[in-house]
Design a protein. Structure first.
Length: 292
């Protein structure tokens, strides 16, 4: 008998993908490669950015601006109509009243352990829901033992419900040796011969001002090295530009903006060194992408 699973693809509705988006996309794609008779039905509050992995049904739902409000009001009604065997919610929150069992992925505990680095909107709307959704979930997935222990300690979750499924880089992350591809990416982004590379959203939790201060020291003995930052702008990013100006690094720091995943392997391969000074990560996907 075919098992039907509702699968939350709301992280794929973002115009620019984050680590959670890639986790959701790659997890669903990997599940679909299994030789079983499970059917996955995507759930989203608006149009998905790009194509869903082959083998999924069309997303069901209706356009709704706020994910958290859709999650609590519309999603339960959709699940009641669909009546799957269970539903997997992939980004820390789930309906508090749900007609089917829930599997919940919680990526980190930054809303609780690094509250001062989080946007106030997330603290007001998402943080109160996470413990309630976690305690109601039939099972919880997280990406590291570190986060699992934080969840047990801070949220008082039954340890038996929390399962660690380690993150992994996509198979596209491997050394790029094709000279033509490396030249194309170097020209497209104007990359220098030697650089320190940072990959991630520009936001307070990522500790970029400290990276800039460390880089300023490096420049004293290695004036030809540039700091290259790849990632979209997060909240409070203006402090980063002020730090660049105060350290006199305006000509030494290059911001690439959001970089599509197809170009990242070559950028990693061209970098001299990768830096990840984040104050807190539940797993830290860019680190293992760089290692790969």
């Amino acid at each position: 008998m075919t098992q039907v699973i509702g699968f939350d693809v709301t992280p794929l509705t973002m115009a620019q993908f984050t680590g959670v988006s890639y986790f959701t996309q790659q997890t669903l794609a990997a599940l679909l490669t299994r030789s079983d008779d499970r059917q996955y039905v995507p759930l989203a509050h608006r149009t998905v950015n790009g194509h869903l992995p082959q083998g999924t049904a069309a997303p069901i739902g209706q356009p709704y601006h706020r994910r958290w409000w859709w999650m609590q009001t519309i999603a339960p009604r959709l699940l009641a109509q669909l009546h799957p065997d269970f539903a997997h919610f992939t980004n820390s929150i789930a309906p508090l009243i749900c007609p089917v069992p829930v599997v919940l992925t919680i990526h980190d505990m930054s809303l609780f352990l690094q509250a001062r680095t989080q946007p106030w909107r997330s603290l007001l709307t998402v943080r109160p829901i996470v413990p309630l959704a976690a305690r109601r979930a039939a099972a919880i997935i997280t990406l590291s033992q570190y986060t699992r222990q934080d969840m047990i300690r801070r949220l008082k979750i039954d340890p038996g419900t929390i399962h660690v499924v380690y993150g992994a880089p996509s198979s596209q992350f491997k050394p790029v040796t094709d000279g033509g591809e490396l030249d194309r990416v170097r020209r497209q982004y104007g990359l220098p011969d030697r650089c320190v590379l940072y990959v991630g959203t520009l936001e307070p939790r990522k500790n970029i001002p400290r990276l800039l201060r460390a880089f300023a020291q490096v420049r004293r003995t290695h004036p030809d090295v540039r700091l290259v930052m790849a990632g979209q702008l997060g909240w409070k990013h203006r402090a980063i530009w002020r730090e660049i100006e105060s350290l006199g690094l305006a000509g030494a720091v290059q911001w690439l903006g959001y970089v599509p995943a197809t170009d990242l392997p070559a950028i990693y391969s061209l970098a001299t060194v990768f830096a990840s000074p984040s104050l807190y990560e539940g797993f830290g996907l860019p680190v293992i992408e760089a290692m790969a």
